[in-house]
Design a protein around this ligand. Structure first.
Ligand code: ADP
Ligand code: MG
Length: 729
C-alpha cells in the first residue's frame, strides 16, 4: 500500500514547471479573440441584427426568429473561420457544474455530401434530455423534456472546436431548472426597483445593473499525491490527516513569492481567459500553504458569473496540463484556512453612477445613503435566506472555522458611514423639519468624504462588508455557483427597495416634501436594522454572545438553514417578485437537501473504506512488527531486562490495538446509522438524520486514524500526509 504514496512522492521530486503555448501579442491585441463580443458582432452581423442583439442585452427584449437566423449566420461564419466544427448550448443545472452537449454543424447536402449549417432555431433553443439533471420533482418523467434557450446578454465563445452558447435551462412547463434563469429574473427585479428609487433623485436614470467581482480561492495539489488520496479524488477534501507540524502559523504563504509551477499554471489560465474575454486581473498566494486566489475586474453580474463558471472549468483542465489537481472544496484540510469566493457586489445606473459610491454633493450622498440603508435593512430582514443561499455540505466546514466568516450574518459599514447613519438618526425629527434643520442635515450629509475607498477601516472578519464602493458578501463558498447567493441578494434588495418606495410615496401623498419623506423612512430603517451593524471582530467568541443578545440567528447546520426558503413570508417574497413560483422553490430546496444527503453519504462511505481497507491493515501490520520485536526480545533477555527494554513497546501495541478496535466499532455504528437514515422517506428528516446521526462519525473515526498516523511507521503509512500535500510544489 505504502508504495503508492512513496512512488507518488518520488514522482513529484522530478516535476518541472510546464511549458504552454502563449499568445505572442499584447493582451489588449488578442483579448476576446475567441468570444463573439460586440466588435465581432458589429463585423459579422447586419446592422438590424446587431441592433436587435444590443437591445436584447440592454432592455431584455426578445429577438424574433428572422433576426435570430441572421445572428446565427454571422455567428456560424465567425465560428467556422476560427476552427469550430461543433456548437453547444452551455447551461448551469443545479449540480454545481456546467453542462454541454455538442452537435456538429454538418447536415446532408447534395449528392451524398455534407455542408455546415446553423439556424436561428438552433441558436435560440435546444432540447437536451433533461431526465438526468436534478429538478427536485418539478419534472415528472412523462414530461422529461427540458429546453435550453439562448441568453444573448452573455457572448458565445469558442472552446476547443466548439461554438459555445450560454443558455438558460427550463422544463417543458417553463419552470427554471438552473441557476441562470432565476438570476436573470432577480437582476431584472433589482433593476426595476432600484431605477424607481433613483427616479426620486435623477429622472435620467432608466436602468440599474448589478455588478459582480468574484475572488476565487483554490488549492493546487500535485496530481500524483492527489491520486494517492481516494478521499480527495472522491469527495474533494481530506477525510483524514494529522496536522502538519508547520502549516500557516508563520503567515509566510500569504502574498509571498508565487511558486514557479503554480505561477506557470496561472499564466496558462490567464492566457486562455484573455482569449475568451474574461478580464482576470489579480493572482496571489493565499494564507494556507498551496492556496491561491484569482480575481477579475468586475463585470455585469450575469456575465461575471458565467465567466466564473467558465474559468472554474478551464482551471480544472489547465491544472491537469501542469500535473496539478485543483481543489475548490471550501475546507479541503482540517485546521487550516478554507476557500471562499468573496462576491463584490454593487449597483450602477445607466448614467454611470455607482450607487454605493459616495458622491460630490448632498444630493448624491443622500442617494448613496438611501442604497446603503436599504441594503442594510434587506440583509437584516433576510439573514436566514442569505445564509441558506451559501450554506452547503462543504461550506459548513468553513463557516466559523479558521479565518472564515461566522454563520452569523452582520454588516460592517466602517466608521465614516456608521457616523453618518447615527447622525441621520439624531437629526431627523418626528415632527415636520424646519428649513434650518434640513439645511444642517444636508450639509452634514455632504461631508462624507468622496473617496472613502482607501480609508474604510478594512474588516476582514465580516461576512457582509461595505468596502468603500461596494458590498462584499464573503460567506459565499469557493465551489459554489455565485448565482445561488446573487439570486437571494438581488431579490431581497429589490424587495426592500420596493417597500421603501411605497412608504416614501405614501408620505409624499400626505403633502410632505420628497426629501423629508426620504429622511423619515431612512431614519426608521436605520433604527430598525441596527442589530445587523457590527464593526468589530466577527471571529471572536464575544461576538457570538453579543449577536445572540441582539437576536441575530446563528445556524450552522444545512438542513435547518435550508428551511428558511420555505417560510411563508419568503415564499411570498420570491413569488411576489416572480423569481421562483411555488414548484420551483420546492424543487430547488429539495435538490439542496438531496445534495446534502448524498455528499455526507459519499463521505461516510469513503471514510469507511479508507478506514477498513487502508488504515486498519496498515496498523495491524505495524502492530505485528511490534509484536514480533517484543517476542524476540523476550526470548533474548532476562525478565527484568525485558521489562526495561520493551515495556513501553507493549503499551504501544495496546494503543494501536485500541485505535483499531475503536475504528472498527465506530465504522459499524456509522453503517447502522446510515441504514436507519436511508429508510426515512421524508427528505428533510433524512437530511437531519444524516446531519445529526451520521456526520458526527466522520470526526469520531478520523480522530483515531489521525492518532494512528502519528504512531505508525512512516514507511508504512499509505496516504500522503498533510505536510506532503501542502508543502510539495
Ligand atoms: P480585495 O482588496 O478585497 O482583495 P480587490 O481590489 O482585489 O479587493 O477587488 C476585489 C474585486 O472587487 C475585483 O473583482 C474588483 O473588480 C471588484 N470590484 C471593485 N469595485 C467594484 C464595484 N464597484 N462593484 C463590484 N465589484 C467591484
Ligand atoms: Mg476582497
Amino acid at each position: 500500500m505504502a508504495h503508492f504514496r512513496l512512488k507518488a512522492l518520488e514522482e513529484v521530486l522530478n516535476r518541472k514547471p510546464e511549458e504552454f503555448t502563449r499568445e505572442k501579442n499584447l493582451v489588449s491585441d488578442f483579448y476576446g479573440k475567441l468570444a463573439f463580443d460586440k466588435p465581432k458582432m458589429k463585423k459579422y452581423l447586419s446592422k438590424a441584427a446587431f441592433n436587435a442583439v444590443m437591445e436584447a442585452i440592454e432592455k431584455g427584449t426578445t429577438i424574433d426568429r428572422k433576426m435570430a437566423d441572421q445572428v446565427a449566420q454571422g455567428m456560424k461564419s465567425w465560428a467556422l473561420e476560427n476552427g469550430a466544427t461543433h456548437y453547444t448550448h452551455w447551461f448551469q443545472p443545479l449540480t454545481d457544474t456546467t453542462a454541454e452537449k455538442h452537435d456538429a454543424f454538418i447536415v446532408h447536402g447534395d449528392e451524398g455530401r455534407v455542408i455546415e449549417a446553423f439556424s436561428g432555431k438552433l441558436l435560440a433553443q435546444q432540447e437536451p434530455d433533461a431526465s438526468s439533471f436534478p429538478s427536485g420533482g418539478i419534472r415528472q418523467t412523462f414530461e422529461a423534456r427540458g429546453y435550453t434557450a439562448w441568453d444573448p446578454s452573455s457572448p458565445a465563445f469558442i472552446s476547443e472546436t466548439t461554438l459555445t452558447i450560454p443558455t438558460i435551462f427550463i422544463s417543458y412547463t417553463g419552470d427554471a431548472l438552473d441557476y441562470k434563469t432565476p438570476l436573470l429574473r432577480a437582476l431584472h427585479q433589482v433593476d426595476k426597483a432600484a431605477t424607481a428609487v433613483c427616479q426620486y433623485f435623477d429622472k435620467n436614470v432608466t436602468s440599474v445593473k448589478a455588478n459582480l467581482g468574484w475572488e476565487q480561492e483554490y488549492f493546487l495539489i500535485d496530481e500524483a499525491l492527489f491520486k494517492a488520496r481516494p478521499d480527495l479524488v472522491l469527495t474533494g477534501r481530506t477525510l483524514t490527516g494529522h496536522a502538519s507540524s508547520k502549516d500557516q502559523q508563520l503567515d509566510d504563504h500569504y502574498f509571498s513569492s508565487i511558486p514557479t509551477r503554480a505561477n506557470r499554471f496561472m499564466q496558462d489560465v490567464e492566457n486562455e481567459a484573455y482569449k475568451l474575454g474574461i478580464p482576470v486581473k489579480t493572482r496571489h498566494n493565499e494564507v494556507a500553504p498551496n492556496q491561491f486566489e484569482l480575481a477579475p475586474i468586475f463585470e455585469e453580474a450575469n456575465l461575471a458569473n458565467d465567466h466564473n463558471q467558465l474559468i472554474m472549468d478551464i482551471m480544472q483542465k489547465i491544472a491537469r496540463r501542469h500535473k496539478f489537481r485543483i481543489l475548490y472544496h471550501e475546507k479541503p484540510f482540517a485546521g487550516i484556512n478554507g476557500s471562499g469566493k468573496h462576491n463584490n457586489w454593487s449597483l450602477s445606473t445607466n448614467t454611470g453612477v455607482n450607487l454605493y459610491s459616495p458622491g460630490k454633493n448632498p444630493k448624491s450622498n443622500l442617494l448613496f445613503l438611501t442604497f446603503v440603508v436599504n441594503t442594510l435593512k434587506a440583509v437584516y430582514d433576510n439573514q436566514d435566506l442569505l445564509r441558506a443561499s451559501i450554506l452547503t455540505a462543504s461550506n459548513q466546514h468553513r463557516l466559523g472555522a479558521n479565518e472564515a466568516p461566522p454563520a452569523i450574518l452582520s454588516v460592517f459599514l466602517g466608521s465614516e458611514v456608521s457616523k453618518m447613519l447615527d447622525l441621520m438618526e439624531e437629526s431627523v425629527v418626528d415632527r415636520k423639519m424646519t428649513p434650518e434643520e434640513k439645511t444642517a442635515l444636508k450639509l452634514n450629509i455632504g461631508r462624507i468624504p468622496e473617496i472613502i475607498l482607501d480609508n474604510t477601516d478594512r474588516n476582514r472578519t465580516s461576512p457582509f462588508a461595505f468596502t468603500g464602493n461596494r458590498f462584499e458578501f464573503r460567506a459565499v463558498g469557493s465551489s459554489a455557483n455565485n448565482a445561488s447567493a446573487l439570486i437571494v441578494l438581488n431579490s431581497v434588495v429589490a424587495h426592500q427597495l420596493n417597500k421603501f418606495k411605497e412608504k416614501v410615496d405614501a408620505i409624499i401623498a400626505k403633502d410632505v416634501k420628497k426629501d423629508e419623506a426620504i429622511f423619515q423612512v431612512l431614519k426608521e430603517l436605520i433604527i430598525n436594522s441596527k442589530p445587523i451593524r457590527f464593526n468589530g471582530d466577527g471571529y471572536s467568541e464575544e461576538w457570538v454572545k453579543e449577536a445572540k443578545k441582539r437576536g441575530l440567528t446563528n445556524i450552522r447546520n444545512v438542513p435547518e438553514s435550508l428551511s428558511a426558503y420555505l417560510r411563508p413570508e419568503n415564499k411570498r417574497l420570491f413569488e411576489g417578485l416572480g423569481i421562483f413560483n411555488e414548484p420551483e422553490l420546492h424543487g430547488r430546496v429539495e435538490v439542496e437537501y438531496e445534495k446534502f444527503i448524498m455528499k455526507v453519504q459519499i463521505e461516510a462511505r469513503v471514510l469507511g473504506d479508507l478506514a477498513i481497507n487502508h488504515i486498519v491493515p496498515t496498523a495491524v501490520q505495524y502492530q505485528t512488527m511490534l509484536l514480533e520485536n517484543v517476542l524476540r526480545q523476550k526470548e533474548l533477555f532476562s525478565e527484568e531486562e525485558f521489562e526495561q527494554l520493551a515495556g513501553a513497546r507493549k503499551d504501544l501495541i495496546k494503543e494501536v490495538g485500541g485505535h483499531i478496535s475503536a475504528i472498527k466499532s465506530k465504522r459499524h455504528d456509522m453503517i447502522e446509522a446510515r441504514k436507519k437514515a436511508n429508510v426515512i422517506e421524508d427528505t428533510v428528516k433524512k437530511a437531519e438524520a444524516y446531519d445529526k446521526k451520521v456526520k458526527p462519525f466522520l470526526d469520531d473515526i478520523r480522530y483515531h486514524i489521525d492518532k494512528l498516523e502519528l504512531i505508525v511507521d512512516n514507511e508504512l503509512w499509505p496516504l500522503p500526509k498533510y505536510r506532503e500535500l501542502l508543502f510539495v510544489r
